[in-house]
Design a protein around this ligand. Structure first.
Ligand SMILES: NC(=O)c1ccc[n+]([C@@H]2O[C@H](COP(=O)([O-])OP(=O)(O)OC[C@H]3O[C@@H](n4cnc5c(N)ncnc54)[C@H](OP(=O)(O)O)[C@@H]3O)[C@@H](O)[C@H]2O)c1
Length: 274
């Protein structure tokens, strides 16, 4: 699997990670639970490392924590989650619960979800980082309208990661935030790489383009992910899936050749022409 260095430390992360929104919000028993158990087992047994969650995702943190304990895999993953509330005390309590649910003393990356009350939480996260409870600090959003605020925070504050939406269908981040993050040595985690699944709907009746083969892509998912991974500002992409076959497909995009800048421009032009 291709790896990328976290800009501030040089620590290497595999370029394909795993999101958990909706997919890991499952109850303990039944078919969905056993499918996500298989997803996480394949992810941790293979090349996967970065898992992204949030207290906003229902039972996801709890399910991930339980499965990691069963697999004895806590130490082989890079756990990223978020604080999503207002007020210092409420933030501290919510994060304490995340530690409990993940059954861990250290969370690798704590992010401020959708920038909610970010000034207050940033101060708390700095203290937690100094105390060794978290290793990295990040901010997240998923809309283009939040990109100017993400840029402002990258410029003014000391953060390690920014998480944003970026895909063939949503390329606004290319204009300012991705180059800025590279310039300020801030890692980039990409959410919604498939536009929440909408990108697949758009190509339902379209054959894989002939240049897919040149990039070693055998599926639409791999085309979508390689387009993103080809951007050197990107540290890690976190597609979500509850399907073990889709997980294998997504991990496959972390291998082989990635498109260079001219190829990526051609991919974007082709996408816009669909
Ligand atoms: N503000 C924030 O912090 C924020 C906002 C949005 C997202 N996120 C994070 O980013 C993660 C990813 O975003 P997302 O979950 O919104 O959407 P996404 O990853 O763009 O798309 C997920 C959808 O794609 C499908 N899919 C995945 N792999 C596939 C494959 N190989 N072939 C066909 N279909 C495939 C999944 O269905 P199957 O289950 O059937 O595979 C699911 O319906 C989230 O889970 C979350 O961790 C964070």
């Amino acid at each position: 699997m291709i790896t990328r260095a976290i800009p501030k430390t040089g620590e290497l992360l595999p370029v394909i990670g795993l999101g958990t929104w909706q997919t890991f919000d499952v109850s303990d028993a039944g078919a969905p639970a056993s499918r996500v158990a298989q997803v996480l087992q394949t992810f941790t047994a293979g090349e996967g490392k970065v898992i992204d969650s949030s207290p906003m995702y229902g039972r996801a943190e709890s399910v991930v924590g339980e499965l990691l304990a069963k697999l004895r895999a806590r130490n082989s993953v890079f756990l990223a989650t978020k604080v999503w509330t207002t007020g210092e005390r409420s933030g501290v309590e919510q994060m304490r619960r995340s530690f409990d649910l993940f059954r861990t003393n250290t969370i690798d990356l704590m992010q401020i979800h959708n920038l909610l009350d970010w000034r207050v939480h940033l101060a708390t996260l700095r203290r937690m980082k100094e105390a060794g409870q978290i290793r990295y600090i990040g901010i997240t959003h998923y809309t283009a309208s939040a990109l100017p605020t993400l840029a402002e925070i990258i410029e003014r504050e000391q953060i390690d990661f920014v998480q944003l939406a970026y895909s063939l269908g949503e390329r606004e981040a290319e204009k300012r935030v991705l180059p800025l993050a590279a310039d300020r040595r801030v890692g980039v985690i990409v959410n919604r790489p498939f536009g929440g699944g909408e990108l697949f709907s758009r190509v339902r009746a379209v054959a894989l383009p002939r240049w897919a083969d040149e990039l070693g892509c055998v599926s639409w998912a791999q085309i979508f992910l390689k387009f993103i991974a080809g951007n050197p500002s990107v540290t890690c992409i976190i597609p979500a899936t509850a399907d073990p076959a889709h997980l294998a497909d997504n991990l496959g995009a972390g291998h082989g050749r990635l498109p260079d800048a001219p190829e990526r421009r051609r991919m974007a032009k082709w996408w816009d022409s669909l």
